[in-house]
Design a protein around this ligand. Structure first.
Ligand SMILES: [Zn+2]
Length: 403
C-alpha cells in the first residue's frame, strides 16, 4: 500500500487534474483497492502554477506494489507525459498562459504532514520536500507530494462530474431547480451566489468539468451530486467522483496579526486600497467587498486584526479583518452643495472656496466621529473568496492548529 499524488495536468484544451486523476483511478489493475480521492488546494501565489492551484492524491492498497509501479509507469507514458508543455491558464490572469509540467509521485508510506503545511502556505522547492519512492515528471511533483502529505485536519467534500468529450465548449446544462433545492440543504456550501442567485457549481470556459458541488459531509456531497445528475435538465455526465478536500479549511492562513494603520492609498478608478501598517504593506482589492470598504475607511492610528497571505513581494492580501479601535476622525471642511467636492481654505480667516465652481463660504468645519462600516469580522463575498478560505459563518478566527 502507499500514496499516489498527481499535479499540473491542467491544460487549455484537454482538461484538468481531477479528470486525468479520475481516468487513472478507473483504469488501475483490478486487485488495487482505491481509497478516498483527495483534492488539495495549495499556496495560490506559487510561481508557474495553474489557476486554482489544486493537486490530487489517493491511498492505494495492493499486495503487488511492483506490478502497480509497472502499471503507473505505462499510464504515465501513454496518458500523462504528453501533457507536458501544453498551455494552461495561469492564476494571474485569464489571458496569461503557462506551460504545464505534470508530476506524479508514489510513496510507500505517507510523507510527513510538514510537506503539506509548507506548500499550502508558501513557495517551496522540491529539494525541501520528502523524496518519493518513485516519481515521474517535473514541477508538478511539488503539488503531488503536498497532496499525498495532506493530513486532513480540516476537510470538506466536493462531488465532481465530468462532461462527455463531445461537448467541451458548449454552455453547461445543469438543472436550475435542483441546484436551488440542494443549495437549501444545511450541509452544502457555495452552490449559488446568494447575492445574484447564480450558479457557483459549474466552471465557465473550456474544461471537462461539468460541475462540482461542495458539502461539509461525504454523504451530502454524494446525495447532492446524485440529485443534480439524475435530473432530466442536467446534461449527461461521462463520470463522477467524490473528493475529500482542504477547500474551506483555512489551512493557508497562519494566524491573526494586530496592526496599526500608518497610511491608506486608494487607486481611484478601481478602488483597490493599499495600506501601510506597523506590520508592512497590506492590499484590499475592490473585489473584496466589505474588506475593501473597511480598508478605504481606515485612517492612520486605527488598529485592526487581519488574516491573509503574503504575496511574493511581501504585501499581505487581506482575507479577513476586524476593526479593533478607531482614532477620532479629524474635522474636515464641508463639501460644496453644488459639486459635492470638499471646499478648501483660502487662508487664515478668509473663508473657504469650492475648488471646482469657486463658490465661496464663511469659514466652517465638520467634526467626523468614527462611524466604522463594520464592527465584526468581515470577509469578501462568497464569489471572491479563495478555495481555501474558511467562511466566517463557520466560526470567527481563533487560535488554530499551528504545525
Ligand atoms: Zn462647487
Amino acid at each position: 500500500m502507499g500514496w499516489l499524488g498527481l499535479d499540473d495536468t491542467d491544460t487549455l484544451d484537454e482538461g484538468c487534474t481531477t479528470h486525468a486523476f479520475d481516468d487513472l483511478l478507473r483504469h488501475l489493475p483490478s486487485d488495487v483497492e482505491v481509497g478516498t480521492a483527495r483534492l488539495v488546494r495549495l499556496w495560490p501565489f506559487a510561481s508557474g502554477r495553474t489557476r486554482g492551484n489544486a493537486a490530487v492524491s489517493v491511498e492505494l492498497l495492493t499486495k503487488n506494489e511492483a506490478a502497480l509501479m509497472e502499471h503507473l509507469e505505462d499510464w504515465w507514458q501513454t496518458s500523462l507525459v504528453h501533457l507536458k508543455g501544453q498551455h494552461s491558464i495561469s492564476h494571474h490572469s485569464s489571458r496569461q498562459q503557462q506551460s504545464t509540467d505534470p508530476g506524479m509521485v508514489w510513496f510507500s508510506h505517507q510523507p510527513d504532514e510538514s510537506a503539506y503545511w509548507m506548500t499550502v502556505r508558501g513557495e517551496v522547492k522540491q529539494r525541501d520536500l520528502p523524496i518519493p519512492d518513485k516519481e515521474w515528471g517535473g514541477l508538478g511533483c511539488i503539488g503531488a507530494i503536498a497532496a499525498a502529505a495532506w493530513p486532513k485536519h480540516h476537510s470538506t467534500w466536493e462531488g465532481i462530474a465530468w462532461r462527455e468529450t463531445s461537448s467541451p465548449n458548449t454552455p453547461r446544462r445543469v438543472c436550475e431547480k435542483t441546484l436551488k433545492d440542494i443549495d437549501e440543504w444545511p450541509d452544502t456550501f457555495l452552490s449559488r451566489d446568494p447575492r445574484r442567485g447564480v450558479s457557483l457549481i459549474a466552471p465557465r470556459g473550456p474544461s471537462p468539468v461539468l460541475l462540482g458541488v461542495r458539502a461539509t459531509s461525504e454523504s451530502t456531497a454524494s446525495a447532492a451530486l446524485s440529485s443534480l445528475l439524475e435530473s432530466q435538465d442536467t446534461e449527461q455526465a461521462s463520470s463522477f467522483r467524490i473528493f475529500q478536500t482542504n477547500q474551506a479549511s483555512g489551512d493557508h492562513l497562519d494566524g491573526t496579526r494586530r496592526v496599526t494603520i500608518e497610511s491608506v492609498d486608494v487607486v481611484r478608478e478601481r478602488k483597490h486600497a493599499t495600506i501601510q501598517s506597523s506590520d508592512g504593506a497590506m492590499i484590499a482589492y475592490a473585489e473584496g467587498g466589505p474588506i475593501n470598504r473597511l480598508a478605504r475607511w481606515l485612517q492612520p492610528g486605527d488598529v485592526v486584526d487581519v488574516r491573509g497571505l503574503h504575496d511574493p513581494q511581501g504585501s499581505l492580501h487581506i482575507e479577513q479583518m476586524k476593526l479593533v479601535s478607531a482614532k477620532a476622525r479629524q474635522r474636515v471642511r464641508p463639501s460644496c452643495k453644488m459639486c459635492d467636492v470638499r471646499m478648501k481654505s483660502m487662508g487664515a480667516n478668509q473663508g473657504i472656496r469650492c475648488p471646482k465652481c469657486r463658490e465661496q463660504h464663511a469659514d466652517a468645519w465638520i467634526e467626523l466621529e468614527p462611524e466604522p462600516p463594520y464592527l465584526d469580522w468581515i470577509e469578501p463575498p462568497a464569489t471572491h473568496r479563495r478555495h481555501l478560505a474558511r467562511p466566517l459563518e463557520w466560526g470567527v478566527p481563533e487560535t488554530r492548529f499551528e504545525p
